[in-house]
Design a protein. Structure first.
Length: 152
C-alpha cells in the first residue's frame, strides 16, 4: 500500500548521472545502489583504462538490480519492489548507457609512467672496519633490549 501511494504521488523520478575525468581515469556517478554487474559492464565498455563506478552520488533512488535479478530465476530482498527499490527493470541498463554516453565525450589522458629504478650495481662487501647493516642492527637491538626479568 505504501509503495502504491509513493508511486501514485511520484511515478517518475529524474536522476542525474555524472562522468568526471581525472587524467587517465574516469568516475561514472549516479544515485542508487547498483548491482555489481553494472559496474563490471561499465568497466568493460569504457574506453578508459581506469574506470570507477560511483554509487550514492547526488542522492539515492534505492537498490538498482539487474533485469535478470528481477526475472523468474532472480530473487532476494534487493529485488522486491519496496519504497527503497521501485525502479523499472531496465533502470540500471539505462543508467549505464547514459554514463557511457557522457564518457564518450572525453579522451583518456596518458597513463603516468612510474620513475625508473636505478640500475643494479655490484654488491658491496662489508669491510673488516664496518660490520655491515645486519650486524649493526643486532648490536643496537641487544643494547636497547631491557634486562631479563625473573617471573614468579
Amino acid at each position: 500500500m505504501l509503495l502504491d501511494a509513493i508511486l501514485k504521488k511520484q511515478p517518475v523520478a529524474a536522476v542525474e548521472s555524472q562522468a568526471v575525468q581525472v587524467g587517465p581515469a574516469v568516475f561514472i556517478a549516479s544515485p542508487g545502489e547498483m548491482f555489481v554487474d553494472f559496474g563490471l559492464d561499465l568497466k568493460a565498455r569504457s574506453p578508459f583504462l581506469f574506470t570507477f563506478p560511483v554509487a550514492y552520488a547526488n542522492g539515492s533512488v534505492g537498490c538498482v538490480p539487474t533485469e535478470e535479478a528481477l526475472g523468474k530465476t532472480g530473487g532476494g530482498y534487493e529485488t522486491r519492489l519496496t519504497s527503497y527499490s521501485n525502479l523499472e527493470p531496465s533502470a540500471g541498463r539505462q543508467r549505464n548507457d547514459a554514463g557511457l554516453a557522457l564518457v564518450a565525450r572525453f579522451t583518456p589522458g596518458p597513463v603516468p609512467e612510474p620513475p625508473k629504478a636505478p640500475p643494479f650495481g655490484p654488491a658491496r662487501a662489508a669491510s673488516a672496519s664496518s660490520p655491515g647493516p645486519t650486524a649493526t642492527c643486532r648490536r643496537k637491538f641487544r643494547e636497547q633490549s631491557p634486562p631479563a626479568m625473573d617471573v614468579l
